[in-house]
Design a protein around this ligand. Structure first.
Ligand SMILES: Nc1nc2c(ncn2[C@@H]2O[C@H](COP(=O)(O)OP(=O)(O)O)[C@@H](O)[C@H]2O)c(=O)[nH]1
Ligand SMILES: [Mg+2]
Length: 447
């Protein structure tokens, strides 16, 4: 069988099976110019790829409702990057929907929050607000960048009770439908957010009441958007916003990339979606390396990895400039920077970890997949440390960050051959397209 044919047939099939929709196939197709390029240029390529991924993100559009003072603005500022909304007691009650970020105040955050005036307004105003909500939804219909993805209806957990009127209002919101460019009508999901849930038992009780009422809300999520100091010794920690993000993703999966990028509360959600990116890059590496390629100029592998690093950076919402990216790339990949993974660096690492070997300067598809998984996983771990505040962004271009990334990469190499991703790739019958016994543990060095 012609190897090239086999590879081309195999790849889309594997891709469909293993991958999310995060990377597009065109992103990982060969780019010969990636061979042997210097580190500077490599960083440029990652940065320009990041830019194009960012530009490709459609806006996430959320309508947020609830009485004045329930904590809508505080919630927005805690869940999303960019500190978008004004907060504070006594913000003037208006009867118009407000948009964050303001259309005049351009940001490059692909997010629109429609902040609706309080439910406490009189019946006439309330019905006018509902009309406004409808027109916001209508205005977005048919346009993937503008259509409304979710309504967050906020209720203060410490409020004395929920009025039946408010439940009715929520039910009316649940009747609203929206659609994107595919024209397929979907009801707009409504999540009831129980804000300022300082007392957990109260939040649990309220959740029960709402769930047992005739409310049609898709979910009820208690949150505390900012920690609350009860007294000088007792502080209740913020919680629940990660659940809110995860539920929103579940109800509006088609906007998952953007949500992942702009939210700053669920590390789990970021990691999960980044791992889909790594899977795709690994599948590509497997296909590319299936016919053993001279490693020092493995352009195909390099483009898959450039795409992977760029996409993960965007999904983390991480703002990396060239110097930071250079620091990151050179740490795992050697300061020579001639290729994404310098041959010497890789041979040494592979020997060290017993993953495989670069036999006569060639690597097999499965070795390429292992390296790619390890690189992706190490990068996810590195950005996770920044997310948790264990590393500063400035550390990434310093010795500290470089050492850390090298260490993470080595550890990831040791484990990636045992990873589920790798196993599922192998179990897919991909060894069929491998040649010359270039599978893991079956290299010339081991023979
Ligand atoms: N500690 C703490 N304070 C909150 C929280 N949510 C709201 N607040 C406070 O409640 C007040 C009103 O919040 P704001 O977000 O402006 O309410 P909005 O009118 O619904 O936008 C502000 O003083 C906030 O500091 C929270 O989760 N934790
Ligand atoms: Mg507000």
């Amino acid at each position: 069988m012609n190897k090239q044919d086999g590879r081309e047939k195999k790849l889309p099939q594997l891709t469909k099976k293993v991958i999310g929709k995060v990377l597009k196939k065109k992103d990982v197709l060969p780019d010969k110019e990636d061979a042997g390029i210097p580190g500077q240029e490599l960083a440029d390529k990652v940065i320009s790829k990041m830019k194009s991924y960012k530009e490709d993100l459609s806006h996430l559009n959320i309508i947020i409702c609830g009485k004045t003072g329930v904590g809508k603005s505080t919630l927005i500022n805690s869940v999303f990057c960019g500190n978008l909304a004004d907060t504070g007691i006594g913000f003037p009650v208006t009867s118009e929907i407000r948009l964050f970020p303001d259309e005049n105040f351009r940001t490059d955050i692909p997010l629109r929050i429609y902040d609706t005036p309080g439910f406490e307004l009189d019946a006439v105003q309330r019905s006018s607000i509902k009309e406004q909500i409808k027109s916001v939804i209508d205005a977005g219909n048919g346009n993937d960048d503008r259509c409304i993805h979710c309504i967050w209806y906020c209720i203060n957990t410490m409020a004395s009770k929920i009025e039946q009127e408010e439940i009715n209002y929520i039910n009316e919101l649940r009747q609203l439908t929206a659609f994107g460019s595919d024209g397929e009508k979907r009801s707009v999901p409504v999540i009831i957010v129980l804000t300022q849930s300082i007392v957990k038992s109260r939040a649990d009780q309220l959740t029960k009441v709402i769930k047992s009422s005739d409310s049609l809300a898709n979910a009820v999520i208690p949150v505390l958007a900012r920690e609350e100091a009860i007294d000088s010794r007792t502080t209740v920690k913020a919680f629940g916003m990660d659940k809110l993000v995860e539920k929103t993703e579940e109800l509006a999966p088609f906007i998952s990339d953007t949500l992942t990028s702009v939210q700053i509360v669920s590390l789990k959600q970021k990691q999960k979606n980044c791992r889909s990116v790594v899977n795709l890059a690994a599948v590509t590496a497997l296909g590319v390396g299936a016919a053993p390629v001279p490693f020092a100029d493995a352009p195909l592998l390099v483009s898959a990895e450039i795409a992977m690093i760029a996409k993960i950076t965007v999904l983390f919402g991480f703002e990396a400039d060239k110097s930071v990216m250079m620091g990151i790339l050179s740490s795992a990949l050697g300061t020579g920077g001639a290729t994404l993974l310098g041959r010497t660096v890789v041979s040494n690492l592979l020997k060290l970890t017993g993953v495989g070997a670069v036999a006569g300067g060639l690597i097999s598809g499965s070795t390429a997949a292992v390296i790619t998984i390890a690189l992706g996983e190490a990068y996810i771990q590195l950005l996770s440390m920044v997310f948790r505040g264990e590393l500063k962004k400035t550390d990434l271009s310093s010795d500290k960050g470089r050492k850390k990334f090298r260490q993470l990469f080595k550890e990831a190499l040791k484990t990636s051959k045992d990873s589920n991703i790798y196993k599922s790739l192998s179990a897919d019958g991909s060894s069929e397209v491998l040649t010359e016994g270039q599978t893991i543990g079956d290299t010339q060095e081991n023979k």
